[in-house]
Design a protein around this ligand. Structure first.
Ligand code: TPW
Ligand code: MG
Length: 534
């Protein structure tokens, strides 16, 4: 088998379901192998940020590898921002780039797409990936691939693989999966004993869960653990969508001053806060930075456990949960108040629409037909998800890269076969909304809701009295048809409800519901968030 085939089989064996990519001459040989071998399906979109976001979302959705394949230079640099978001938010994205052939690297003249030196690209990607390989030796390529893919899975961060284009068809061994990195069992046990004791002796212990629980597919074990320990659970903003089953002792999503008081109090008053797989970021914690008692918290993330003033390293999250499960005795369920999102209460009248009405309309839709996956962009649409019933949610709540929503939603449908709801602001839609034109080729039919306030409204709330945040009215609904979908523009609650029902029932084409809102009409959560940071 050749290098490309060896890599494709390895990706599949490591859990990748598909590749998203855009070709260019340096990666053409790899695309040819993808097409002819049919080892793994692949999808092309229009712009590299789009394939980067789609692959990132597929990784998040499957708790497994997402793969993007691009050409050297112009292609790879275009995917850099999506890769950085994946790094920041711990998504196992494999970036495959074609590279200069060994023959042409030696010629000493500049090569098209070259930045500064031929390895500038590798150096740049080193900063935002956890492992890298340039497959310039067919004899060692299989081992390099195995190491890099293991790093990707274990660390849940992007990795970079470059294939010199003239080596793509060279003979190469099949990839044998690398064994897991060794773990010190004694250290895990000592650590679990310590955590367990802290929880047992605390007055009001509570668990807060974040993104690593999703990434490492630990939701089932976590649910069991919380029920066995009788502990209430909150999620961070990034962890929203976890533990939504009725049996889970979920109290809601913590967002400090921007969130629900009840949850904020429970978390901030805890004398033993167990943080599992949480990103310690301003969006998760910033609005209440000094309200959480870090010295009384137990922090498990990035294979490190921090307790009071000491740390244990090389302790995977799953091993901690397993060890705690062994120690836990069945306790009675905690006495908690479940989160309450507004339900079935949109008044379908002629009032103007506000963001919370969209949340209510979606809650109505869920009540009538069951929950759907939600993929959100940055902007008030993301804050609005706090008013929607907890469901599977994918959104860049920490890195906050705009343009994620539409291509990520397409990635979710590609990899799960399930139709998502995509929430996106007009500003973000201007960036990547165009990618919807690729839905028809693949039969994807996401339900897209554009929050159109003709504004970069979130920025306006941070910096009021500005004109540079005004955007024009592009009439996105009008563009939908020529992109292969259906578009609807709505201005009243009544029309919103009717239109969502129509769009929900129409399958086979993407449905774009453009919700026209006044500038200044913002969600309750964004309002609390801005009030809190002021
Ligand atoms: C790639 C900075 C954060 S929020 C925002 C900007 C420009 C405005 C979003 O406008 P939109 O939503 O989509 O209409 P809304 O609800 O606020 O009206 N460039 C990138 N990412 C970010 N986060 C920014 C700029 C930003
Ligand atoms: Mg807007």
């Amino acid at each position: 088998m050749n290098i490309a085939e060896s890599l494709l089989y390895a990706l599949k064996d490591h859990g990748a379901k598909e590749v998203f990519g855009i070709p260019g001459d340096f990666i053409l040989p790899f695309f040819k192998v993808m097409e002819e071998s049919e080892i793994i399906p692949f999808y092309t979109l229009s712009h590299e940020p789009g394939v980067g976001f789609a692959a990132d979302a597929a990784a998040r959705e499957n708790a497994s590898l997402g793969v993007v394949a691009v050409t050297y230079g112009a292609g790879a640099f275009n995917v850099l921002n999506a890769a950085t978001g994946a790094y920041a938010e711990k998504s196992p994205l494999v970036i495959i780039s074609g590279g200069p052939g060994l023959g042409e690297s030696r010629r000493g003249i500049l090569l098209h797409h070259q930045a500064k030196t031929l390895d500038s690209q590798l150096k740049i990607f080193k900063e935002i990936t956890c492992d890298q390989a340039v497959l310039n030796n067919p004899k060692t390529a299989a081992k390099e691939i195995a190491r890099v893919l293991r790093s990707c899975k274990e660390q849940c961060r992007p990795v970079y693989i470059e294939i010199p284009r003239d080596l793509t068809f060279n003979e190469c061994d099949p990839v044998v999966m690398a064994p897991a990195s060794p773990i010190n069992k004694n250290a895990v046990n000592a650590c679990a004993d310590e955590i367990f004791k802290r929880l047992e002796t605390a007055k009001n212990p509570i668990v807060m869960v974040g993104v690593e629980i999703k990434r490492f597919n630990l939701e089932g074990k976590l649910s069991l653990l919380c029920r066995k320990l009788g502990l209430p659970v909150a999620t961070t903003f990034m962890g929203r969508g976890l533990l939504v089953d009725d049996k889970d002792p979920l109290i809601g999503t913590y967002m400090g001053l921007a969130g629900y008081q009840r949850v904020t109090k429970a978390v901030e008053n805890s004398d033993a806060l167990l943080l599992l797989g949480v990103i310690f970021s301003d969006t998760n914690f910033g609005v209440s930075e000094n309200r959480i008692n870090i010295s009384q918290s137990i922090i498990v993330a990035d294979r490190i456990v921090r307790l009071a003033y000491h740390t244990y390293s090389e302790i995977p999250l799953e091993d901690v949960i397993d060890a705690l499960l062994e120690r836990a005795k069945q306790k009675s369920a905690p006495n908690i108040q479940k989160p309450c999102a507004p339900k079935g209460d949109l008044i379908p009248d002629d009032s103007k629409i506000e963001p919370v009405d969209i949340a209510k309309a979606i809650n109505d839709l869920f009540d009538a037909h069951g929950k759907m996956k939600i993929v959100s962009d940055v902007g008030d649409c993301l804050f609005t998800t706090l008013s929607i019933q907890s469901t599977s949610l994918t959104g860049p709540a920490y890195y906050a890269g705009m343009g994620f929503g539409v291509p990520a939603g397409m990635g979710v449908q590609a990899t799960t076969g399930k139709r998502p709801i995509i929430l996106v602001g007009d500003g973000a839609f201007q960036m990547t909304g165009w990618e919807l034109g690729n839905c028809r080729r693949y039969g994807w039919d996401p339900l897209v809701i554009v929050f159109n306030n003709c504004s970069w409204e979130m920025l306006r709330t941070f910096q009021p009295g500005t004109r540079f945040n005004d955007l024009d009215d592009w009439n996105f609904a009008g563009i939908a048809k020529s992109l292969g979908g259906d578009g609807y523009r709505v201005r009243t609650r009544k029309k919103l409800k009717e239109t969502l029902d129509i769009a929900y029932n129409k399958r086979g084409k993407f449905q774009l519901v453009e919700v026209m809102m006044e500038r200044g009409a913002i969600s309750p959560t964004l309002k609390r968030f801005t009030d809190a940071i002021k």
